[in-house]
Design a binder for this molecule. Structure first.
Ligand SMILES: [Cu+2]
Length: 227
């Protein structure tokens, strides 16, 4: 059964693997839930009160306990091993792609500020280019976002990219993703961060490589004109 309607379209390189893991867990827990409920209802009806029927004392069955304990352990271990590969790809610092484009994103009540290296090619210098509530990235290239927060805990959420990560004050947290499609996608804050949390939204703009370079140089010219 195709469950893809449950989620927004995926435009991320690691999206399909992550979605599959989600569907596998949903199937396993879904089947266990239905079977358990059916058995529960069956027993409620079968052993309902009847005049003259006396309850019997039972001590349980160690065979049944062995079966359900080991079956659960096997399923949980299998899921842990299956998900570890995906988790490592996405979050393990040693697995970060090397040819990534790097930018900074700083969250604050209630906006997202992105900073890109200016003409010196260095991030965190005075010629950085900034965009407010817009994160511009090139398509088909890994992007590293150094996430930080100026005030409280926010959460950088790109549903279509299958990215969600907390921005924690006092820490710089690198995350990465690679968009597979150009276009505009919503950026939301997924952590209740104050009264204006609901309007802490932005846009992820995925450009073709050429358009991204054009956008960057236009922003550089604009910044130089302002000086
Ligand atoms: Cu927020």
């Amino acid at each position: 059964m195709n469950l893809s309607w449950l989620m927004p379209e995926s435009v991320s390189t690691f999206g399909p693997a992550l979605d599959n893991l989600y569907y596998v867990i949903l199937w396993i827990t879904g089947i266990v839930f239905v079977v358990t409920e059916v058995v529960l209802v069956y027993f409620i009806i079968k052993y309902r009160h009847k005049e003259g029927r006396k309850a019997t004392y039972i001590e349980g069955s160690s065979k049944a306990e062995w079966i359900w304990t080991s079956a659960t352990a096997v399923i949980v271990m299998a899921l842990a091993i299956y998900s570890k590969g995906i988790w490592d790809t996405i979050r393990h610092p040693d697995m970060f792609p090397e040819n990534a484009y790097e930018l900074n994103v700083t969250a604050k009540q209630y906006e997202w500020n992105a900073a890109y290296a200016g003409s010196d090619g260095q991030l965190g210098t005075s010629d950085d280019i900034v965009s407010r509530n817009q994160v511009h990235v090139p398509v088909d290239q890994p992007v590293i976002v150094n996430l930080q927060s100026e005030d409280v805990i926010h959460s950088f959420f790109l549903p279509q990219l299958r990215v969600k990560h907390d921005a924690v004050p006092g820490r710089v947290w690198p995350i990465w993703f690679e968009a597979t499609q150009t276009g505009e996608f919503p950026l939301a804050c997924a952590e209740l961060c104050g009264l204006g949390h609901y309007r802490m939204g932005g846009t992820l703009i995925v450009h073709s490589k050429e358009d991204f370079d054009i956008w960057l140089s236009e922003m550089q010219i604009e910044a130089e004109d302002d000086e």
